[in-house]
Structures are given as C-alpha cells and as structure tokens.
Design a protein around this ligand. Structure first.
Ligand code: PBG
Length: 325
C-alpha cells in the first residue's frame, strides 16, 4: 500500500488527532529541579550565566522548595556550595554542614516533595575536583569512594530521599549501598550518574556550584564524549552494584546514549538537561532568536522520546506552569 491510499497526514490534520496519536507525553511528574544552596540568610544571588537561576541561602531554598511543591513537581536535586573548602571535603561530611542543613530544612517544610542530594566532593574541596588528589595531581579512586560513602550517609541521616553520586569514581555505588544498608538506610535509593560525560556544557553550573577545578580537568574520571559502548559498560556496572535509577548526562547531545541505555536496562532512566543546554536556549530567547517555550518543550520531548523516564532540568518550574496552562 502506498500513496494515494496511504496518507500519513490524515492523523495529523487536527489538534484532536495529534493529541490522540501522540507517542510521547511530558508531565510535571517527570521533572526534577536542581537547587543551589549557599551560606547566609535572605540570599538570592542570580547566577549570571543561567538567567532565572539563583544561588539560595537555606531559608530562601525552603521558600523555593515550597513553590516547587505547589507547582506539582515531585523532587528537587540539591547542590551545596559551602564557604569552607578543604582537601578532605569536611563541609560535606559535617552533620551540621550546609547540605545537611538544607536537606533537613526542606524536608521539614515540604512533606510531599522529595529531596535528592547530589553526592560529590567538588563543591567542598579546595581544589574543586570530585575526588581526593594525590601528590602529582592524580585523583585517587579508592580513598575518594570511602569519603563519598560517608557523604552519602551524612545526607541520608539529614533526611535525603535519594542519593545521587555524580563523581564518576569506580565502585562508588557499591560502597554507598553497603554503608547505607549497614546504617539503617536500606530503603534509600541511589540515583547513579552512570554515564556522565566530560562535557563543555557544565560551564555555567560551575559558576552556580562554585566547583570549577583549580587545575586540570575532569577527563580522567568523566567519560570521553566519543564513547558509546563504554556508557553501556558504566551503566551495567552501576546496575550490578545496586543503583536504583541510572542517569545519562548531558541529555541533548547524548540522545543516542539515552536510547541505548533505555534498551539495555529495566531500571528507570534519568536524563540531566545540564546548565549549558539551559543557557543556550535562554541566551537565544533573550535575543528574540528562538521561541523559548516551543524550544524547551521540543528538547524535553526529544529527551523523553529517546528513552528518559525522568528529566532533571532548570526549566522544570516554567514547564510545570506551561503544561497546566
Ligand atoms: C558535580 C556536578 C556537575 C554537574 C552536576 N554535578 C559539574 C561537573 O561535573 O563538573 C553539572 C550539572 C550542570 O551542568 O547542570 N560533580
């Protein structure tokens, strides 16, 4: 059968038809909003490279979380940029540190909102790397994993609903799972940043999280953008180590990876539409060069179509408003 008997435009001819045959849906339930917490009170410090995104003190983060909960979004992903940074990442290990304090405060204020805690060392280390640095500048895997597991435990004790290790050290999911289970958090899920690429699109985030590496780059632990098979290797390892959800990051330039991961595992797949993906659309929209709403919904639909069940995106509150309008 072929034209003129076959006419795909028949089921495209009206909004009703298009709604009925739509294959991919976007709902607020699928969106997670990142929050950046900084010391102080009453602080709402705009991130220059991410219009509409602010660094927030804990009290302001609680207000923001309330609005997120009201908007019907299910979860926030928390990043902390403490003042005190040292080689041991002490601030991330401190039960009264900034991240722990923010987790507890948001959980107390927002009973129907999940707080996912990003687990990494880069926001709390003086050198800005995601693990411990050996003399000569090598990032030491195994000691970093031990510290990361203690950071995860600290955030679980503060009340985090899920722990999201973003460091890309080998074996950290297994180590985090073991510590959590031993300490009474066997029901706290791990959202693994499983296939996280060494990407230029993290640039704006490093302003927000104050986590740019002081020397070198992250290519000895984050993945080479040229590799796809290796992403499946990483994802399957994290599944075997006990991850409950697996993440691909960034999202837009890695839709092929999302599709392959979706086909390879049965766990929920999360995509992170990262800071650079956000800032590109914002910058073009500010100049009137692109229709922001249409472009955002198209990118998120594409990420869902490629295989993501959940999407972490800085557009989440705006999209929740658009989807309800
Ligand atoms: C920290 C971390 C980064 C992001 C999330 N967790 C930055 C990095 O790895 O350099 C990037 C998020 C974004 O760009 O929106 N390890």
């Amino acid at each position: 059968m072929n034209f003129p008997a076959v006419r795909p435009r028949r089921t495209r001819q009206s909004d009703l038809w298009r709604r009925m045959v739509r294959e991919t849906r976007l709902t607020p339930d699928q969106l997670i909003y990142p929050l950046f917490v900084v010391p102080g009170r009453g602080v709402r410090h705009p991130v220059q490279s991410m219009p509409g995104v602010c660094q927030l003190s804990v009290d302001e983060a609680v207000q923001e979380a309330r609005a997120i909960e009201q908007a019907g979004l299910p979860a926030v992903l928390l990043f902390a940029a403490p003042d005190h940074k040292d080689a041991e990442a002490s601030a991330a290990l401190d039960p009264h540190g900034l991240a722990a304090e923010a987790i507890a405060a948001i959980k107390a204020a927002c009973p129907t909102l999940q707080v996912w805690a990003d687990v990494c060392l880069c926001g709390a280390t003086d050198h800005g790397h995601c693990g411990h640095v050996l003399p000569g500048g090598v990032i030491d895997n195994d000691s970093s994993v031990q510290t990361l597991a203690q950071v995860a435990l600290n955030y679980a004790r503060a009340g985090a609903d899920a722990l999201a290790p973003s460091d890309m050290m080998d074996g950290r999911v297994r180590a985090i799972r073991a510590v959590l289970d031993r300490e009474g958090f066997s029901m706290t899920p791990i959202v693994s940043y499983a296939a996280k690429y060494a990407s230029a699109f993290y640039g704006p985030f490093r302003e927000a999280a104050e986590s740019a590496p002081a020397f070198g780059d992250r290519r000895s632990y984050q993945m080479d953008p040229a590799n796809a098979r290796e992403a499946l290797h990483e994802v399957l390892l994290d599944v075997a180590e006990g991850a409950d959800l697996v993440m691909v990051k960034p999202a837009g330039p890695y839709l092929d990876i999302l599709r392959q991961v979706r086909d390879a595992v049965r766990l929920p797949v999360v995509a992170y539409q990262v800071s650079g993906e956000y800032s590109l659309i914002k910058a073009a929209a500010e100049r009137g060069w692109i229709d922001e709403r249409a472009a955002v919904l198209e990118t998120l639909t594409g990420i869902r179509r490629a295989g993501a069940d959940l999407i972490i995106t800085y557009f989440a509150p705006q999209v929740a408003r658009w989807l309800r309008a």
